[in-house]
Design a binder for this molecule. Structure first.
Ligand SMILES: [Zn+2]
Length: 454
């Protein structure tokens, strides 16, 4: 075939020109994007330099521990004496600062100890920084030392280095309008210059979908299967708790929360292990766990009343709210039980001296070493102790071969956990309420959650 010169002129040359222009446009765009990216990095670096502008270059605060219990981040650390020489500290604060230098301050508890000044955010593990309230983006954490001389306030700003055995944490905010943020607790390095660098702690929050197996709240229906729990007349605790768990799940899901159950039928659930009652809250990254139970007394009839159990190092406001609301909504009453009572309707049960002694004797009898950490400060109920990881002194490590180990006992992130003894099954008044006022009990719990989370 002979090529027509006109065809080349009219079609091929314009195509060639268009192709060359297209390639040039792509290259130009590439350069543009590269420049833009480089500019962004430069802007970011400039902003970060501004954030670190006042930070001490050769002094640092050390972190012993950081924990997340429920929704709250807590920190625990110290500054060595040589770094605070000649500083008369009047207050200490944790500064949480974003890349645009907007910041929040949290008061720190501090005390002078040998060789150092120790600080912590809160003695209550369910207080500290509410991770749901952290805005999107990167936030830098600093320790601010305030001193007052002649009524004049001055301060020093310390960066934070991680001396704990934990490397990072990952948390998902409570589901709201079907949305979640992933919040990471991380450690990094800032360069003052090529030679001068400093460690720092940061919180990074960004939009993320909740992992498939993750949830906000775990509801645990006590007992089940071969373990019917307390019994009275023809009623079994295990049946009532399961019915309540189903309905509570439904109510919370209507509010938009993702809810998981530890059991959804009449079956026996192990306490520990990966799929045990104490393991599910960790596995599902739940922020809150409520274990539903009914009480009973050894004597034939009980006076009845509500008992909400919590760990011994908590702000008890939420537990109190649940107890108060149940009494109010069901026209019920607080339990008359005075043992381990912290407030009306709120109980903090730890091991007694006698129970520690018996546990140690049992260990000897079974041929394993006694648990080193067990003391009168250890929460007694496993649904409170083993769910809270190191914050609540979880200790089931497999040395006792009659039970599975709790693989999450050393975790520094865990669910906030409460055990609700809604009423006494062997109190006619309570039983009547439990059978006829389910909605009131559940609304009491749901309203407590709403007021606690808002
Ligand atoms: Zn029970």
């Amino acid at each position: 075939m002979k090529l027509d010169r006109n065809l080349i002129k009219k079609i091929l040359i314009p195509i060639l020109i268009i192709a060359i222009m297209a390639i040039l446009a792509v290259i130009y765009n590439y350069i543009l994007i590269r420049n833009e990216q480089r500019n962004l990095v430069l802007v970011e670096a400039k902003k970060e330099a501004k954030v670190f502008n006042e930070v001490e270059k050769d002094k640092i605060a050390c972190l012993d521990l950081f924990t997340i219990y429920g929704n709250h981040l807590n920190i625990n650390g110290y500054i060595s004496n040589e770094d605070v020489e000649n500083v008369d500290i009047s207050s200490m604060k944790l500064v949480v600062e974003d890349i645009d230098c907007n910041y929040d301050e949290y008061n720190l508890e501090f005390s002078k100890e040998e060789g150092k000044v120790a600080f912590k955010l809160s003695s209550n593990i369910n207080e500290g920084i509410d991770l749901n309230k952290i805005s999107d983006g990167k936030h830098f954490l600093f320790i601010k030392l305030v001193s007052t001389t002649n009524n004049k306030e001055t301060y020093k700003l310390f960066s934070i280095t991680n001396k704990s055995k934990y490397v990072k944490d990952e948390y998902y905010t409570l589901t709201k309008d079907n949305k979640n943020n992933k919040v990471e607790i991380l450690f990094s390095k800032h360069n003052f210059s090529d030679e001068e660098t400093i460690d720092y702690m940061l919180i990074r929050s960004q939009y993320s979908t909740l992992p498939n197996n993750a949830c906000d709240i775990v509801i645990d229906a006590g007992h089940g299967g071969k373990d019917p729990g307390a019994m009275y007349k023809e009623y079994h605790e295990a049946d009532i708790t399961l019915d309540y768990a189903f309905s509570l799940k439904e109510k919370l899901e209507k509010l938009g929360y993702k809810v998981a159950l530890t059991r959804d039928k009449d079956e026996y659930v192990e306490s520990y292990g990966n799929n045990g009652r104490a393991g599910i809250p960790y596995k599902t990254k739940a922020k809150l766990t409520l274990s539903i139970h009914l009480n009973s007394t050894a004597s034939e009839k009980s006076e009845g009343g509500v008992e909400v159990y919590a760990s011994n190092n908590l702000n008890l406001d939420f537990a109190k709210k649940i107890a108060d609301n149940i009494v109010k909504y069901t026209d019920g009453k607080y339990s008359v039980n005075s043992y381990a009572k912290a407030l009306d309707g709120v109980y903090v049960r730890t091991y007694t001296k006698q129970e520690v002694k018996e546990a140690n004797e049992y260990a000897e009898y079974m041929g394993y070493a006694p648990y080193e950490s067990l003391s009168t400060n250890t929460p007694y109920l496993f649904m409170i102790r083993e769910i809270g990881g190191i914050m609540t002194s979880a200790y089931i490590d497999g040395r006792d071969k009659t039970m599975s180990e709790n693989p999450y006992r050393d975790s520094n992130i865990s669910s906030e956990s409460y055990l609700l003894e809604l009423g006494f099954i062997n109190s006619d008044n309570d039983l009547n309420n439990l059978l006829n006022k389910k909605n009131e009990y559940l609304n009491a719990i749901v309203d407590s959650i709403i007021s606690n989370y808002n």
